[in-house]
Design a protein around this ligand. Structure first.
Ligand code: NAP
Ligand code: MG
Length: 453
């Protein structure tokens, strides 16, 4: 059989396990199996499909601690985050388990007959997941996909496959039939690419970098295959002089350094109104130095290591010659550790325009509301962002003016499984989660029944 890939613990730089690298032939066999399973899964009675998804959610919940520990080991996530992530898979499954009995079509008035629309599943859905949030991002795809009656082939990132593999086992344990939910390990260039080119994969859900996402979209065009894309970000945290500056400064580190900054929603540009810049920076420095960067398996840990040595080098390249205002702390020893960094940036600096995907934030002054909006929108990305102000009118104006899919006012929250998530501009295409995500996993069929003959 084919080769294997060595999975590494990023906190200790030690090997954990060998995972298969599937060949194109093996991928084709799994896709064929998923296509066969579709023929029966789509006919499972709505109430039964709902019950199976709720059982899957319950089994995930029973294994929350195991899944969380596995993510700490494979991805260096803090245990607190990892428990939330496994809980998010459960919640997404429960939320979409309400869908099978509610996939309503419409009855539309017509002469001489009956016109009805049906929401029909597409077939095999190919889900390609990045390494930064292996569990939630997988679940945002497979939860609604399965609920709508599709079958799934899921490719985790090669370096973080362990929780996806376990979720595949738990699905079977919960009674999800063989072939309905398939985990396919291996590289993007082999497994991911085959999802794009295989005609039986009827839709792609891709989360990852903008460059790879563009390639997926180009490839999908060949078969007019629909895509949902969740791509990069360079989100702004906009802090106005009239905000609660203490809270804005105390929370800003967690808006960017969560998951060591390896978060597509990281508020990696902080825009501060000039009149409060110095006051903000004083308080922000205290907060950054207080971030607990330590062994992610400790309950007190707030930030773990970066994912790989190569990624550490990539992030460090942004620090060469940068104007560093101050740094946080990091532990000594092996592992791909980096302390939080705060940079003072000019608008054309690489650190201010490119997604760094590490614990590096760039701060810039702005003069007034129009200036803040202009700087925030001066980006190819538009995923997330925060606005800090106590002026209600300003909050509404700025929230409407910032070109971004997910904004929070006086907080840094981006993701709730029951609200839509996705990006403007080059941050993505389509929306996941929330009440409308099922539309991305169904085709609308219109049927006219002639009643005259
Ligand atoms: P990536 O390099 O684009 O990889 C993402 C996934 O695509 C991996 O599973 C990868 O496989 C696979 N892949 C790579 N090349 C492929 C190809 N030619 N065809 C098909 N699949 C291919 O991204 P990453 O470095 O893992 O993740 C970081 C990026 O994800 C950041 O840009 C981040 O902003 C973005 N992200 C976005 C969101 C969002 O919701 N908008 C959420 C999280 C992350 P292998 O790695 O196994 O080879
Ligand atoms: Mg990559």
């Amino acid at each position: 059989m084919g080769s294997t890939f060595t999975v590494i613990n990023p906190s200790t730089a030690t090997a954990i396990r060998e995972v298969p690298r599937h060949s194109v032939e093996e991928v084709d066999a799994i896709i064929a199996k998923a296509a066969r399973a579709f023929e029966t899964w789509r006919t499972v009675a709505p109430g039964d499909r709902a019950r199976l998804l709720r059982r899957f959610a319950a089994v995930v919940d029973e294994h929350n601690e195991e899944l969380a520990r596995l993510e700490v080991e494979n991805s260096g996530h803090t245990i607190g985050n990892a428990r939330w992530e496994a809980g998010n898979v459960r919640d997404v499954l429960n939320y979409y388990s309400a869908a099978p009995e509610r996939l309503f079509g419409r009855q539309i008035p017509v002469a001489n007959g009956l016109d009805v629309t049906f929401k029909e599943p597409l077939g095999v859905i190919g889900i390609i997941v990045p390494w930064n949030f292996p569990m939630p991002i997988a679940g945002w795809g497979f939860g609604p996909a399965l609920a709508a009656g599709n079958t799934v082939v899921l490719k985790p990132a090669e370096i973080t496959p362990l929780t996806a593999l376990r979720l595949g086992e738990l699905a079977l344990e919960a009674g999800i039939p063989e072939g309905v939910f398939n985990i396919v390990t291996g590289s993007g260039s082999v497994v991911g690419e085959r999802f794009v080119t295989h005609p039986l994969v009827r839709k792609l859900v891709f989360t990852g970098s903008t460059d790879v996402g563009k390639g997926i979209m180009r490839g999908a065009a060949d078969q007019v295959k629909p895509v949902t894309l969740e791509l990069g970000g360079k989100s702004a945290n906009i802090i106005f002089a009239d905000s609660d500056l203490e809270r804005a400064a105390a929370t800003a580190p967690y808006g960017v350094f969560d998951n060591a900054g390896q978060d597509c929603c990281a508020r990696s540009r902080i825009l501060v109104q000039a009149s409060v810049f110095d006051r903000f920076m004083e308080r922000f420095e205290v907060a950054v130095k207080g971030v607990r960067v330590e062994d992610p398996s400790l309950d007190t840990s707030e930030m773990g290591p970066l994912i790989t040595r190569a990624h550490h080098e990539h992030v460090a390249s942004f620090l060469d010659g940068a104007n560093v205002a101050f740094r946080g702390v990091k532990p000594e020893g092996p592992g791909f550790w980096m302390e939080p960094h705060v940079l003072i940036a000019e608008s054309n600096d690489r650190c201010f325009t490119e997604e760094i995907f590490g614990p590096v934030v760039s701060v810039m002054r702005f003069e007034d509301e129009a200036d803040a909006i202009r700087i925030a929108n001066d980006s190819i990305y538009g995923l997330s962002g925060s606005i800090w102000t106590n002026d209600l009118g300003r909050a509404v104006r700025v929230a409407r003016a910032v070109e971004s899919g997910n904004l929070s006012v006086n907080s840094h929250s981006s993701v709730r499984y029951w609200t839509p998530f996705g990006g403007y501009k080059q941050s993505g295409l389509g929306r996941e989660l929330g009440p409308d995500a099922l539309d991305a996993f169904t085709e609308t069929k219109n049927v006219f029944f002639d009643t005259q003959h």
